[in-house]
Design a protein around this ligand. Sequence first.
Ligand SMILES: [Zn+2]
Ligand SMILES: [Zn+2]
Length: 157
Amino acid sequence: MLELVELPPEGARLYGQISFEDLHIEEEPQFSFSKPLSYELRLLPCGGQNVLLQGELQAEINLVCDRCGKIGSMQLPTEKVCHQYEDAYGKHIDLTNDIREDILIVFPQKALCDPDCRGLCPKCGQNLNLAPCTCETKAEASEEIQDPWKGLDALQL
Ligand SMILES: [Zn+2]
Ligand SMILES: [Zn+2]
């Protein structure tokens, strides 16, 4: 647990690692965690009894690509942290919730091995990143035949 305790007037550095489990971030079918999150934070007294928290979070997650099923890992973009805690000087404050929210913000919306991943062919299962399959051209051809406007145009002539 990350806690802010007994802060000296000159501030304090807080660095180390915390597991996703301790941050209450649960694994999902597409995301898993084999490494803890690294944090490097600075705590500074700022005006009256307030405390400022600034620093950076770094984390790497494992993911299963949503399109092609490939298993990979991804470095989350470094998240800069800045929080102010009012009336916090000399008190116990649990930083876990804020760190949790800060890192969840940089999670990808979709788990992809690559933003341009072409996925698997829905018909034959071929991984289209490796090579194209022949279904694609067939599908395009049948779409043309099923186009209802084609028939209408012919009638109006
Ligand atoms: Zn993929
Ligand atoms: Zn195919």
